[in-house]
Design a protein around this ligand. Structure first.
Ligand code: BES
Ligand code: ZN
Ligand code: ZN
Length: 503
């Protein structure tokens, strides 16, 4: 877990830092480094500019090079991370560069690091945002999931100093650090949950985690479980869990900081394993389906951060959690279920289960008086077809809420892309026996999947985030371990913090 690293803000200059390794950066195409990188180059007698001249050091995006300092500065090593072309540079790249650099330092066995804030100089980013991005990158880059290894691989970075000689900036950084750190810790927690094997992370586990959060932060906890779902009219959520030994359930943590104002509801898909049910997935299609609870995990992670930060706003955190398995009791293609509130859905494909469980959860959030509803789900492969790994997929019925989500993502360096929700798409999921069906014809699978959920928000302001491929990475990246990314968690927290400032 990343929270073992100590991150702090320090005064001074990089070339004087008493650490194992110092981190500087370089834009692509720069021949003579300036700023902190230039100062370090000078202290090293021009070693970096010589490496640039030789074509050894290029500044290409996330390229890392580690040079010995030969006793010219207190740090034994210098890590140089490439920022790529300056005209493509942004917050996301600042964060990833920070992550790539600390990862490289970690792999080289360095135990203490000092880094500059990436992008605050010629990168021309807002200093506060550049600092937050650097800090996010430090935590994300050092994250690893070792719980299931008999012995952890390699060594660990124990300490990272973010060095800034300008006092005004240091004061600014100290001010934003606690919030950034709290968010980063929530993200790491979400990554742990998502990475945990489905044997050990079941609906029971998510319930326990919700209980733990309720106890620590004083949230009200409501659990509607098994047959009790039927009493509340939630056949859709109940139906998906029928093939599993673990009872399906709806978890709801209520945080009330908003003095009587109706809550914002964050609703997550918590399918702890998605086999597809009787509409069984292929073996390969199941390989990453322990991550099908990433939306629910992001919502619980956001609850953790909100519990820590205590903003003046009311929020309901809901997680619909089930295990989607086949079996003699499992629901069947052709079944019709009644969603909370009375509308019926024909289940033509048991693998389109996310929209079923979220239909009930969203309907319940509306009935319980949420003023605005945001659902978060690894809902469709089609979102991955549309946007690849680069962005989450956004749609909804309310301009203010959609714009607030875009702004929150932007602030956290996370990408989200708005898609249309034209009424014509509703034709795509008409049923011949029920009010609607859970699959669609005519394409636009990620849009129709979202709109099926939106049906149950009715006219309440609602937005849907399909996490697609942003929450799980099959391969290691220079800036990240493989597996869960914790994506969207920080943006949800940001949304809540912004929401507290609203009106
Ligand atoms: N959990 C999957 C969606 C998914 C697939 C997320 C791959 C991330 C990676 C979801 O429950 C599902 O299976 N959706 C189906 C819907 C279809 C049957 C209408 C899909 O996308 O194929
Ligand atoms: Zn599925
Ligand atoms: Zn699923």
């Amino acid at each position: 877990m990343a929270d073992r690293v100590q991150v702090s803000i320090a005064d001074g200059s990089m070339e004087k830092a008493a650490v194992d390794g110092i981190i500087v950066n370089l834009f692509e195409g720069v021949r003579v480094p300036g700023g902190a990188t230039g100062a370090v180059d000078e202290a090293l007698g021009g070693l970096l500019s010589e490496a640039i001249r030789l074509g050894e050091l290029k500044g290409s995006l996330y390229q890392t090079r580690i040079y010995p300092s030969f006793g010219r500065i207190p740090a034994k090593r210098v890590v140089v991370v490439g920022l790529g072309p300056s005209k493509e540079f942004n917050l996301l790249r600042a964060e990833r560069a920070a992550a790539a650099a600390v990862r490289a330092g970690s792999k080289a066995g360095l135990k203490s690091l000092a880094t500059i804030v990436h992008g605050a100089g010629i990168g021309a980013l807002d200093p506060e945002q550049a600092f937050a991005a650097t800090v996010r990158g430090i935590y994300k880059g050092l994250y690893r999931f070792d719980a299931y290894r008999s012995s952890p691989e390699g060594s660990r970075v124990e300490r990272v100093e973010v060095v800034e000689r300008n006092e005004e900036k240091r004061v600014l950084y100290e001010k934003v650090f606690p919030v950034t750190k709290t968010m980063a810790e929530a993200v790491a927690k979400v990554r742990d949950w998502v990475n945990t094997p489905p044997r050990d992370l079941t609906p029971d586990t998510l319930e326990e985690e919700a209980r733990r959060l309720a106890e620590i932060y004083g949230f009200t906890l409501e659990i509607i479980k098994g047959e009790a779902l039927l009493e509340k009219g939630m056949e859709a959520l109940y139906g998906v869990g029928k093939g599993s030994q673990y009872a399906p359930r709806l978890l709801r943590l209520s945080y009330r900081g908003g003095e009587g104002k109706a809550p914002l509801a964050l609703v997550g898909k918590g399918v702890t394993f998605d086999s597809g049910g009787l509409s069984l997935k292929t073996a390969q299609g199941m390989e990453t389906m322990k991550a099908d609870m990433a939306g629910g995990a992001a919502v619980l992670g956001a609850a953790q951060a909100v519990g820590e930060l205590k903003p003046k706003v009311s929020v309901d955190f809901l997680v619909a959690t089930v295990e989607n398995l086949p079996g003699s009791r499992a629901q069947k293609p052709g079944d019709v279920v009644r969603v909370q509130g009375g509308k019926t859905v024909e289940v033509l494909n048991t693998d389109a289960e996310g929209r079923l469980i979220l239909a009930d959860a969203v309907a319940y959030a509306r009935q319980e008086g949420a003023s605005h509803i945001v659902d978060v789900a690894t809902l469709t492969g089609a979102a991955i077809v549309a946007l690849g790994q680069e962005a989450s997929f956004l749609l909804g019925n309310d301009e203010e809420l959609l714009a607030a989500l875009e702004k929150a993502h932007e602030a956290q360096g996370e990408r989200i892309w708005r898609m249309p929700s034209w009424p014509e798409y509703r034709e795509y999921f008409k049923s011949s026996v029920a009010d609607i069906r859970n699959t669609s014809s005519g394409g636009a699978g990620a849009i129709t999947g979202g709109l099926i959920i939106g049906t149950f928000a009715e006219d309440r302001p609602w937005a849907h985030i399909d996490l697609g491929a942003t929450v799980f990475r099959d391969e290691e990246a220079p800036y990240s371990a493989p597996g869960a990314t914790g994506g969207t968690t920080a943006s949800l927290v940001q949304l809540v913090l912004d929401w507290a400032e609203r009106k």
